[in-house]
Design a protein around this ligand. Sequence first.
Ligand code: PMP
Length: 294
Amino acid sequence: MYVYINDGIVPASDAKISVFDHGFLYGDGVYETMRAYDGVVFMIEEHIKRLFRSASMIRLDIARDAGSVRTAIYRTLSANSLKSAYMRLTVSRGYGPVGLDPELCKKPTFIIIAEEFREYPETYYENGIRVIIAETRRNLTTAINPQIKSLNFLNNILAKVEAKEKGAYEAFMLNASGHLTEGTISNLFFVKDDILCTPSVECGILDGITRAIVIDLAARNGITVREGRFTQDELYRASEVFITNTTAEVMSACRVDNVDFMIGDVSGLLLKEYRKEVDAYVKEKRGESPSLRE
Ligand code: PMP
């Protein structure tokens, strides 16, 4: 396995960072998770755009432009001879003396990992996953805005620990005013009275790239979508619940806390449409990626 670190690709065993890296010391940095299908990184431009947005929200200068980030992503994919991959791009504040001041770090640390994509168990799609509503509240937008995809992930990890302790796969978090926000690694959707509902960005969520596609697909398929503020009681009364993210795509929940749900028609349709969208994207981009032109 090969890893892209700072200015080039090295064997994974040589990909090392300093113990003084502020990403390690303080969780000071940002990241993106991407998925490659058949040698094409799905929605790469949107991921790069969000990476730059996250970086700018923490005043982190990535010290390279979008084009060179794109090239680095494809170089990592091809160095590992991967077609179907999980990719993680991390940018930390970099190496510097101990202390919170970002100016202590002169150069960001830039890392890309690519691994063979491990499919989720088919039962997750066929039977649905179990979810809880966590006691842990989602970060306030005025504390660490969830729109920053930051290395500071303890908020989500604490909710994930709760899920695991209760035998669930995912945990939905409420915000400080008790409205639904999102999962630890996913956005949440539910269907109620034939309307597809999802918490709005103002509730304190990461505006997922998959979420945006699903909203668009729903609208194109004649499904009414409502982005807004919702309570957990509204979710318990839903006919279907599902999560979205880059790796899981659209995945239904069979249970949230003590309430059971069916794998409904809307989630089935949206998963099918999402996969069609991926196929069309991959076909369109094939032959255009920098890795193939290099
Ligand atoms: N919310 C959180 C907290 C996440 O970590 C993720 C995964 N990146 C998402 C939502 C979904 O985002 P996307 O669809 O862009 O993967």
